[in-house]
Every structure is written in structure tokens, then in C-alpha cells.
Design a protein around this ligand. Structure first.
Ligand SMILES: C[S@@+](CC[C@H](N)C(=O)[O-])C[C@H]1O[C@@H](n2cnc3c(N)ncnc32)[C@H](O)[C@@H]1O
Length: 289
């Protein structure tokens, strides 16, 4: 991933970004709970938690204690102030850490439920880093434990040509709201020798009337893994992977929002929820505990 993207506080000021979208986050947790298919356990883990936007809904659904981890300090700080301001420390432990080192923050033996939201699976973009990420998710689970995550995979593919999308946005500046134009470019390039590819986004925010640059052009990458290969990668880590279906089919909120405003991009129509169950036996892949 390009860490600067998530550390970029200006982007959290875009009204349409999802960081503080409580209704969307609640609907995602509802769909994830459906896919989990069991009552919420006492302890759960939120890797790549970003701005902690799923925390309130998970706690309301009955999780007693959440462990939330992210590398972006700016996201965690903003989240603690805006998404989880009143959550007691006994119910939420927040770590500024790399999710690939779960021993540093998770109880020994793991947790029964992990939720990886916001299409984060592709955020570790190197091939070995991605494998390590999956192994660390397996290591975070108790035997029989379940990871639920959403992932758009190769269902959001712009092709090799640049795809450019522009839309009006509102930028919440310290001195008032500014009407801006958000321009995003997407380009896909293969990862040599694999069936995977990298999707590179760049974004530029300009004043809608004057054209003045409000947020410098910046980029971030996502690793795109087709479903069949993803299932193999998870199996290598001791996780049985199932694509549980499209988020929009599992969440009435998403269905209605896609129909009404269609503003969800990767988290819209092509996004799917997955269920990965850790084997009960003791061969959980290299690197697991
Ligand atoms: C697409 S964002 C999603 C954030 C959040 N789950 C949500 O739904 O809003 C991905 C997040 O993963 C974090 N991240 C990426 N690689 C990471 C790593 N190796 N360890 C911890 N966090 C990581 C980024 O900082 C970012 O906040």
C-alpha cells in the first residue's frame, strides 16, 4: 500500500469519503454478521481498522471487547475522536501496528471472529507481503474461527487504459465548505508471473470554480487477486475460503444506495463478502502460531 494515502488527513475532509459514514458502516457490519452466521463472540479483531468506523456497530451487536489495528496514525486519531469517542478502554484496544505481527496485540490462541472491512485485503501489495498478510489473519483465529471480509477482486477492472472519473464533492475546510471536483485515475498492470495485478489509483482535488489545487495529486495501489487463486492462497494458510455473495445481495442498505445514488465505487455493485474458516487441525500454514 501507499501509506501516505491513508495518512493524508485532507482526504478525510471529503464529505463523500466513507470514513465517517455511520449508516454504511452499520450496514456492512450487519451483512458481515449474517455471513459470520453465529452469535457475536465476546472478543473480536478488526485488522486494518482505519478510522474505526465499524467499532460502534460491532459493540452494539454484542462484541464485548474489540482489538483494532492500523498503520495509519492519522486514521486512528480521527477515528478515536469521531467514530469511537465514548467507547471505554475495557471494550476497545487500539494499536498503531502492522497487522502482519498479530503476536504483538492479540491474545495467545487467537480470537473466534475477525472482520476485515473496507476492501482492505488488497492493501498489502507485494506478493510476499500479501501471503504474509493472509498467514497473519489465519494466525489471528482460534481453530474453527471465522474471518469475514469484503473484497472486490477482479470485478473492478478498468483494463490497461487509464480510466478517469470526475465528480463534484464537498471539501470540509477549516474555514468552511468548498465545492471541489475530485478526479480519480485508475490503471491496471499485471504482476509478472502471476494471475494477480496491481490497480493504481491517483486522485486530485481541485476547486470547482477556480480550478485551484486543493489536495495534491497522490496515488495508492490495490492488489487484485482472482477468486480461484485467492482460495488457493487461503488454503495454503489453513483457511477454507467461500465467496458468500455480493454485498448488495446481502445488504438491503447497499442495494438501495446503489439504486439511488450509485456512489460506492469499489464498495458498490462488484464488492463481495467472503467467509474464511480456520481448520480445526494443527497445520495452519507456515508462520502461524
Ligand atoms: C481501504 S482502508 C480500509 C479501512 C477500514 N477498514 C474501513 O473500512 O474504513 C485500508 C486500511 O488498511 C491499513 N493498512 C494497510 N496495510 C496495513 C498493515 N500492514 N498493517 C496495518 N494496517 C494496514 C491502511 O492504513 C488503511 O487504513
Amino acid at each position: 500500500m501507499v501509506r501516505g494515502h491513508y495518512d493524508s488527513e485532507p482526504l478525510m475532509r471529503l464529505e463523500g469519503e466513507i470514513h465517517f459514514d455511520a449508516a454504511l458502516s452499520r450496514a456492512e457490519v450487519e451483512a458481515a454478521a449474517l455471513v459470520y452466521g453465529r452469535p457475536m463472540p465476546p472478543v473480536a479483531y478488526l485488522p486494518c481498522c482505519g478510522t474505526l468506523r465499524h467499532v460502534p456497530a460491532l459493540l452494539e451487536r454484542g462484541v464485548e471487547q474489540l482489538v483494532a489495528v492500523d498503520l495509519s496514525l492519522a486514521s486512528l486519531r480521527a477515528g478515536l475522536m469521531r467514530n469511537a469517542p465514548d467507547v471505554p478502554a475495557s471494550r476497545l484496544s487500539v494499536y498503531h501496528a502492522d497487522v502482519r505481527h498479530p503476536d504483538a496485540f492479540l491474545p495467545g490462541g487467537g480470537v473466534p471472529f475477525v472482520f476485515l472491512g473496507g476492501n482492505s485485503l488488497g492493501d498489502v501489495t507485494s506478493v510476499e507481503g500479501h501471503a504474509e498478510f493472509i498467514r497473519s489473519l489465519a494466525a489471528a483465529l482460534t481453530p474453527g474461527g471465522v474471518l469475514v471480509f469484503d473484497y472486490v477482486g477482479d470485478r473492478y477492472a478498468p483494463g490497461t487504459q487509464d480510466a478517469v472519473t470526475e465528480w463534484p464533492e464537498t471539501y470540509l475546510s477549516d474555514t468552511g465548505d468548498i465545492a471541489v471536483i475530485d478526479t480519480r485515475t485508475r490503471r491496471s498492470s499485471p504482476v509478472p508471473g502471476t494471475a494477480m495485478s496491481i490497480l493504481r489509483f491517483t486522485s486530485k482535488i481541485r476547486h470547482a470554480r477556480t480550478g485551484e489545487l486543493i489536495v495534491e495529486a497522490h496515488g495508492y495501489d490495490k492488489l487484485v487477486v482472482p477468486d480461484a487463486l485467492l482460495a488457493e492462497q487461503f488454503a495454503d494458510a489453513g483457511l477454507e475460503l467461500t465467496n458468500a455473495g455480493r454485498m448488495a445481495d446481502l445488504s438491503p442498505y447497499h442495494r438501495e444506495r446503489i439504486r439511488r445514488t450509485g456512489d460506492l465505487g469499489m464498495l458498490g455493485e462488484p464488492d463481495c463478502l467472503y467467509r474464511a474458516v480456520k481448520e480445526m487441525t494443527d497445520h495452519c500454514g507456515e508462520g502461524s502460531r
